[in-house]
Each structure stands twice: as structure tokens, then as C-alpha cells.
Ligand binder design. Structure first.
Ligand SMILES: [Mg+2]
Length: 415
């Protein structure tokens, strides 16, 4: 059996562990520059606050005290994460840290009859010692462990053990296919068109159909739903960072759209490279700009935005275009900017050689060749200094005086 322990609303729970007065209130944690919401308590979710929502949109509700907004304290989250993972480790023969607030417990050799008690003990210790609420689910495969944990969280039950096929099918029939591990919103649309709406709809299909439509990764996921543990996370040997970021102060203030846009692409490409080096994928891309303080009267001093990706990725092209879409949204023409940055978060280990589980053979081949391409680019760009191979969006003409010491000074041919 495999267990999954997941901390509930982790960042908010960390804040509450230090300040019990936040209990029961609608609390949100903001991104690094207080620009947008990156974590929400259940009360804040119920109050209609969206993930990534810009803070200025809820300013009035913050001012009236309806919503409590906190600046993120990532040192605290990291410290609590380390301590909570060491609690997890003391209850399983082997654990795999999946993210800051999630770990798989490999329960080989542990009698099934003890699992519920072990789950309850983990819950009790995390609550008593750390004041962090967790949900623990046990099942025959990692995918089913994710499913049982998710359904327990919805039912506000701290522990669940899923060990018979009938019960598994019932839980799967209540869950939309978009909630299946490795399925993005984008891919779920394709499955809807095929009449697959719930996870059970997918598990009910013939394996041969799954294999022909979704290839080996689809097959693997199908087998996981039927209780076979086959998603390999053995390459996850070290703890992943919670986020990866790149930012720079410009040597002089700049208002030029193209020049700053190229900086965003450069930082995004570098973050993606770091992400691949740690064998991770991210789910969230953020961009921040900082204006010259003498331009404060012209608007927000630190425009910032995030975008939730349709599925986890480490692909430079996908991450760059996401970062640029955020940049386009927050850029203010005519304002002098002095700093910009990109960050990637919701980092998890890559679960397969192909980025997403449910793609056509064609797109798997495309993604596999993209991964091969990214690998080749990383190998050529190895070492410090200016990367040899870049995306076109990382290149700008002119403004040599604005070199931030980060990009190359040599001239690229036009087009
Ligand atoms: Mg969590």
C-alpha cells in the first residue's frame, strides 16, 4: 500500500500555527511583492477569492477586515515543511517528498490493518506538535492514494484507507477527470469530447482503447486506477525547492516594452533551466515589475501577476510564453521600471519522461522530442554566462546602454 500525506492549505496553516487568532477567518497569503493571492484558507475560498487574484481587487474587503491578507513568510514555511516531513518519515519504511507539503509513504511490509491507526497518529502528531492539519490517504497505488486523500479532504475526514475495488470505483465516480493526477484542464477537455467525465468513466474503458488513444502513459495511469502501483518516483532523491526565481535591478530606469519583455523571457528561460536541473516541473508562473519610486503617482509601484499552468511543465517555451502573457497584463506604458523578475512555484518532481499523462501519441512524440531538444539546449548552454542558444523572445535590438549584465552585449542579426 502507498500513503499520501498532504497538508491542508499549507501556507495559511503555517500562519495559523504562529497566530491562532487567524483560525476560522478568511485568510489569504500574498505573493512576494504582495501583488496577488497565492494561498487561501477554506473560508477565503468560500468567500469567492480566486487563486492568483490581484490584491488590489480585494483591497476593500481587506480594509473592512473581512479578508485577512498576509505577506508570505517562506522561511517559516520551509522550516515547518522540514519538520513536518521528518514526522512523516518516522511512520513509513520509505517516503518520497513530493512537494513542500506532500509526501508519499511506501508502506511495504506494513499490515493493512495498521494503516488507519498510523494515519490517525500522523494526523495527531502534526496537529499537536506543529498545529498543521493534514490529510492522509492509503491505497494500492500512488494515483489512488491521491484520489482518496482528495476525497477525504472534501469530506473533512483526516484519514482514509481505500482497499477494495468497489469502494474505489464509487470514489472515482464522484471525481471529475480533471482532478486525476497528471491531467490538466486542457487535456480534460479532450476527454470530455470522448464522453469521459469522471475518473470512473476513464477506469471503465477498455485498456486497449486507452493504450491506442493515450499511449503508454495513459496505460500506466489506467493501471494505477486498477490498483497497480507503476508511477516511478525513484529519481526523486532530494528535496525540491518550493520555488525558483530570477530577478535583476536594471542599471538605469527603462520604460521600453520590448527591452523589458526580453528580460522577462531571459529570466523565465533561466528559471526553466534550473527547474529541469532539479528534475522538477512547476504549476505556477509569476512575474513582478518594480517602478522607479519617483513614478509612484503614476500607478502601482510593484505590478505583479501569476498564471496557473494548464498542466505542470519544465518546458522553456511554455514557461516563457506564460511569463510573457503575465507581463503583457501587468506592464504599464510610459512608466519607468527599475527591476523585474520571474518566479516559478508549485514545484513537484517530474512523474514521467513525457510531461503529461494524457496526450495523443503524436503529442507524446512531440513532447518527447521537445524534452530531447530542451536537454540538448541545456547541454550546449552548460556553464555560467550568456546562453549560446536562446528563444527569439530573449533577444532585443538596441538599448545597449541598458545592459543589465545578465544578457549578452553582442549584436544579433535582424530577424
Ligand atoms: Mg496541500
Amino acid at each position: 500500500m502507498v500513503g499520501l500525506v498532504d497538508c491542508n492549505n499549507f501556507f495559511v496553516s503555517c500562519e495559523r500555527s504562529r497566530n491562532p487568532a487567524l483560525e476560522g477567518r478568511a485568510v489569504v497569503v500574498l505573493s512576494n511583492n504582495d501583488g496577488c493571492v497565492v494561498a487561501r484558507s477554506n473560508e477565503a475560498k468560500r468567500a469567492g477569492i480566486l487563486m492568483g487574484q490581484p490584491a488590489f481587487q480585494i483591497k476593500d474587503r481587506i480594509n473592512t477586515g473581512e479578508i485577512i491578507a498576509l505577506s508570505g513568510n517562506h522561511l517559516l514555511y520551509r522550516e515547518i515543511s522540514n519538520r513536518i516531513h521528518s514526522i512523516f518519515r518516522s511512520y513509513a519504511p520509505k517516503t518520497l517528498d513530493y512537494s513542500v507539503d506532500e509526501a508519499f509513504l511506501l508502506m511495504d511490509g506494513v499490515p493493512h490493518s495498521c494503516l488507519k491507526e498510523i494515519g490517525e497518529e500522523i494526523y495527531r502528531r502534526c496537529w499537536n506538535e506543529m498545529h498543521i492539519p493534514v490529510t492522509v490517504g492509503f491505497a494500492p497505488s500512488k494515483t489512488l492514494a491521491k484520489i482518496v486523500t482528495e476525497s477525504c479532504k472534501k469530506a473533512r475526514r483526516p484519514v482514509g484507507v481505500l482497499n477494495d475495488a468497489g469502494k474505489a470505483r464509487e470514489v472515482m465516480s464522484r471525481m471529475p477527470i480533471a482532478d486525476l493526477w497528471g491531467i490538466g484542464r486542457r487535456l480534460s477537455k479532450r476527454l470530455y469530447a470522448m464522453g469521459v467525465f469522471s475518473i470512473a468513466d476513464f477506469a471503465d474503458r477498455e485498456l486497449s482503447w486507452v493504450r491506442s488513444e493515450f499511449g503508454v502513459n495513459g496505460e500506466r495511469s489506467w493501471r494505477e486506477l486498477h490498483g497497480e502501483d507503476c508511477i516511478d518516483l525513484s529519481h526523486v532523491e532530494h528535496e525540491l525547492q518550493d520555488s525558483v526565481s530570477e530577478s535583476r535591478t536594471f542599471p538605469e530606469d527603462v520604460s521600453d516594452y520590448d527591452w523589458i519583455r526580453a528580460r522577462i523571457a531571459i529570466y523565465a528561460a533561466d528559471c526553466s533551466r534550473k527547474l529541469r536541473a532539479m528534475k522538477g516541473e512547476c504549476g505556477l508562473v509569476g512575474v513582478m515589475l518594480q517602478t522607479n519610486r519617483f513614478h509612484l503617482e503614476r500607478g502601482n509601484a510593484r505590478p505583479e501577476g501569476v498564471v496557473q499552468l494548464a498542466s505542470h511543465t519544465s518546458d522553456t517555451v511554455e514557461i516563457c510564453s506564460a511569463a510573457i502573457s503575465v507581463f503583457d497584463r501587468i506592464f504599464i506604458p510610459g512608466i519607468l521600471f527599475k527591476r523585474a523578475g520571474v518566479w516559478l512555484s508549485e514545484i513537484v518532481p517530474r512523474i514521467s519522461e513525457t510531461p503529461s499523462l494524457f496526450e495523443s501519441e503524436n503529442s507524446i512524440r512531440h513532447k518527447a522530442s521537445r524534452r530531447f531538444l530542451m536537454n540538448a539546449v541545456d547541454n550546449i548552454n552548460i556553464g555560467p554566462g550568456t546562453p549560446v542558444i536562446k528563444l527569439a523572445s530573449q533577444i532585443t535590438q538596441g538599448h545597449p546602454g541598458h545592459n543589465d549584465g545578465y544578457s549578452s552585449t553582442f549584436q544579433y542579426p535582424k530577424n
